[in-house]
Each structure stands twice: as C-alpha cells, then as structure tokens.
Write a protein of this length. Structure first.
Length: 540
C-alpha cells in the first residue's frame, strides 16, 4: 500500500485534465478577444467612413434622409471588409444622430460577432459596436503649393459697351451666366461695331480697409469680344456668321465662316486670305483654323468682301485659354438691317472649372494681361491685413534657407513650399517668362521620374502621386500690368500632364477632386472666403 501511494504515474494527466478548462479559457481570451478586437477595428473604420460621408452630404445641403442613406452605404456596403461583414448601421438616436445645428453626423455600427473557443462555455457570439462622429470644419489653408495660379472672377456686376458707349448692366441668371438687352446704333457702315464685356469682382477695398479706387470692384475687361454689323437692304453682303465665336485654345481646331452674298465672297483672317465655296444659292462657306494663341485670350477679326462691298471686322473670333475667367460671349444676332430694331441680347458665361478637364497652369505669353503668365512669387506671401509690396514684409523669411536659394521660383517647383498658405492671403505675380530649361529641370526633380499619364493613374485607383499639385485660385486686386497682387480665393488640385510642353513654359493639368492634408482648420468661418471640409471628432 505504501508503495502504491508513492507511485505518481498519471498525475500529469489528471492535472492537465483539471487545468484544461483554464487552458480553454485562456485560448478563448486570446483567440476570441483578438478576433473581437479585429472586428471592432474594422467596424470603427466603417463607422468613421460613414460619418465622414454623411457629413460631406451635409455640406452639399443634403436632407437628413440623404445624409443617412450615404452614411448607410459606407457603413454597410463600401466598408464591408472581413471580418466585419454583416455590420449594420443603427438608425435611432442617440446611436446615430444628424445634427444640423452642430453641423455634425454621428454614426454607430453594430454586429453580432461569432466566437470560437468561448462556445465551450455556451457563448456563441458577442455584440461589437463602434461609434464615430464627423463635424464640418473650415479649411483655411494648405501646405506644399506650387508657384502657379489659376484666375477666376466672382462677379458682382457684368456690363457691356457698344462702340465705346455707356456701360449697360446685365442681369445675373445664376451659375455664372449674365444676360441683357443692349441698343446698337443702326447707322450702316463698313466696320463692325465693337462689343466690349466688363466683369467686376466686387473688391472695393484692400485687406487693410483702405479704398482701392474701384467703386464697382476690379474689372476684367474683354475688348472686342464680339462685333455687330449694320447692313442696308441693297448691300451685296447680307449676312456673316461663325459657327463659334469663342474658341478654347488647344481644344477647338476650326470654326466655320458662312456668308450670304450675291456673288462669291472672300475673307481675311489671321493674316491669310480665304476664298469661300458655294453651299447653296447665295450661301458661301469656308473652315477657318483656330489660331494657336499663347495668350490668356486673343481677338482675331474676320474681314469679308464681295465685289465692291467690304466689311472690316465683320466678325471676331475670341480665342481663350481654358483658365480665362470669361468662358463665352454670345449675341442674339450679329447682323442688323438698317431701319429695323437696333437691340441685341448679350449673354456672358463666366468660367466654372470642371473636374477631369485639362487647364493651363502656366502659359507662355500674356499680351500685357494682368496676372502675367499665371506664375506667382511665393516669397511675397502676406496675411491680411498686410498686402502691399514691398511696404508690408513677407510673412515667411526664407532668404537664408539654402534649400530656397534664388531664383526661388524654381526651388518652389522642385520641392514643396514648407508653410501654410491661407485663403484670403495676398500673393504677387512673378514677372518674366521664367525659362523653360530651368522649369523642366525643377519639375524633373519634383516628379522624380514619374511619367504616369492621368488615364493610367485613374485606372490604378488614384494612388499617391508626385504629379498631383495644389494651386492657389486667385482674383485680381489691381487693374495694372506688371507685378500685381492677387487674392487667394481657394485652392485646386491638378494632375500635371506628362505631355506638357514644359520647355516652352506651357504647363497643363487635369482638375481633380483630391483631399489635401492640412492642419489649418477652424470650427467657424474666418471671413467671407473659406472651404468647407469634414473631420472626425470625439463622439461624446
């Protein structure tokens, strides 16, 4: 008996059997708890995305139903990633709340997650819940912009002049379109009557509150935007028209000139003579090539003659760059018969930028255009109320930084500008053509061999790219040539086209929707100019 009592064989099995419950408990804690943590993390991602998506719809003035629908799509569909498949967005308060007063969206996502080892204890699943809250914020600035600019005009008044007469105001129809009826002197002549367009941006004071001398705002003048011809019933040339009176450089290749005349007419356009061919009866036509203008805009007159009859400036073709603030000018009629009504309806369409479209970010010429060639000097950056150059010092002194040695323009192209640039800041244009080889060298350094096209970049899901740049969108602050101040209105993201003719200073980019990282945020608007954005905040 004593020997048997001293025999401990099989004791380990007993101990292991007794401890098995503990071992399973630890396994349940390790495996099931780890799995629940993974589910919780995935649900949190879904809740974050849902709150941000719903808040974005709130910025777009969506209804509560539209906000919740967008949030649900991101909570349950767009972010259905294992192991969080089957997550459900809770719809009742206080779990999910759309608060228009607070400008926030709170979203809660839940799921009954399966368990594994815990089933031994009779527990087959466990609820997992994640909550996120997104709130509208106001982006006031970004870092890393390039030294180019895109001009716009936020017009408060648009007027037209006929043959240098008094300005006639047009009526704002919304979405950048202005229309109105103007009188035209009905005296016939051999020269088309010039129609000028003037758009005012409403900036009547400088940031420091002093008057800028423009009671109607800074004007954007488009001289000779169109022509009106007055004819007598006996004139051989009856009618002159173009298929398009405003063409976009690099987009439109030809326009059609049509003339109604008793005998075969000829035309002179852009320094060349053209003979028109008969279409039918007294209708004649010819295709005119759109000039490859390097300016932000250029006006090309069309002279027409038929036998003894001739009309100088019978029509004009306006060739504009894609970024020129005035996109289109059209008249209800371009030829008036003497003795008839002397009024025409003028329609002016201001430029609205379209995502996916290509625009010029740096042009070659300027034709004394205010704003020079769309290049800006980041060394002149000033926050309100400072604005004057050189009276007010620049906000950032980088003159001693060897990474930004003169000429600084090319340094700003090669590497990101290291400071926040804010909406409402003043920045001055950089004068001169800014040579092509240096520009090409600086951009080669920035792009670091990345030659991916926009189409390939999109097909790959828009990954991070050195070819994505951020550009200030600006309005004029003075009506002068030479170096001039511009007010930053907002920012745009562009994908730089690898086919840009950089050596000739023509740089193009696709306007894209892109979120720029920024720490320059405010919970309230800082003035009349701001960008609404969304960010995550603590749910409680």
């Amino acid at each position: 008996m004593a020997q048997r009592l001293r025999d401990d064989s099989g004791a380990v099995a007993v101990v292991v059997a007794l401890c098995m419950v503990v071992f399973v408990g630890f396994a349940a804690l390790a495996v099931d708890a780890g799995y629940l943590y993974s589910v919780r993390r995935q649900l949190q991602t879904a809740a974050d995305a849902a709150a941000l998506a719903g808040c974005r719809v709130m910025i777009e003035d969506g209804s509560e139903a539209e906000i919740l629908a967008e949030a649900r799509a991101y909570a349950e569909d767009e972010n259905a990633v294992r192991p969080a498949d089957g997550g459900v967005m809770l719809t009742d308060a206080p779990d999910t709340v759309v608060d228009f007063a607070d400008k926030s969206v709170k979203v809660t996502v839940s799921k009954q997650s399966p368990l594994f080892f815990a089933r031994i204890f009779g527990v087959s699943d466990s609820p997992v819940v994640a909550t996120a809250k997104a709130k509208v914020a106001y982006l006031t600035g970004i870092r890393g912009i390039v030294p180019w600019s895109v001009p716009i005009i936020r017009a408060t008044r648009v007027a037209v002049q006929v043959n240098g007469g008094s300005e006639v105001d047009l009526v704002n129809q919304g979405d950048g379109r202005w229309t109105g009826t103007v009188g035209v002197p009905v005296a016939p002549g051999d020269v088309g009557k010039r129609v000028d367009v003037i758009a005012y941006n409403g900036q009547t004071a400088y940031p420091d509150g002093t008057s800028n001398g423009y009671p109607d705002g800074i004007p954007e003048i488009l001289p000779g935007a169109a022509r009106v011809v007055v004819r007598t019933p006996s004139d051989p040339i009856v009618d002159v028209s173009l298929s398009k009176y405003v063409a976009t450089a690099g987009v439109d290749s030809t326009v059609r000139l049509t003339v109604e005349a008793a005998e075969r007419p000829s035309a002179r356009f852009d320094g060349r003579n053209y003979n028109l061919t008969n279409v039918s009866g007294n209708i004649w036509g010819v295709n005119l090539p759109v000039p490859t203008s390097d300016d932000l805009y250029a006006v090309y007159p069309v002279d027409v003659s038929a036998g003894p009859d001739s009309i100088d400036d019978a029509a004009t073709l306006l060739v504009r760059r894609g970024t020129f603030p005035i996109r289109d000018v059209s008249l209800s009629r371009y030829v008036i018969t003497e003795g008839g009504s002397g009024s025409v309806t003028v329609s002016v369409q201001l430029n609205n930028f379209t995502y996916g479209q290509e625009y010029e970010l740096k042009v070659i010429g300027g034709a004394a255009e205010i704003g020079n060639f769309c290049a800006v000097d980041l060394g002149t950056l000033k926050h309100p109320p400072n604005w004057a150059n050189p009276q007010h010092p620049s906000e950032y002194d980088i003159s001693t930084d060897p990474d930004y040695a003169p000429p600084a323009y090319y340094c700003y192209l090669a590497k990101e500008f290291p400071f926040n640039v804010h909406i409402g800041d003043t920045i001055w244009t950089a004068t001169g053509a800014l040579s092509g080889p240096q520009t090409a060298s600086a951009l080669s350094q920035r792009f670091a061999g990345n030659t991916m096209t926009f189409e390939t970049w999109e097909a790959l899901g828009r990954p991070g790219s050195s070819r994505v740049v951020y550009v200030p969108i600006v309005e004029k602050m003075q009506f002068v040539t030479g170096q001039t101040p511009l007010r930053i209105v907002t920012f745009g993201a562009f994908y730089i086209n690898p086919g840009s003719d950089i050596n000739h200073n023509a740089i193009t980019g696709r306007f894209i929707e892109e979120a720029a990282p920024s720490d320059a945020l405010s919970d309230t608007p800082t003035g009349e100019l701001y960008i609404e954005t969304v960010h995550l905040v603590a749910p409680n």
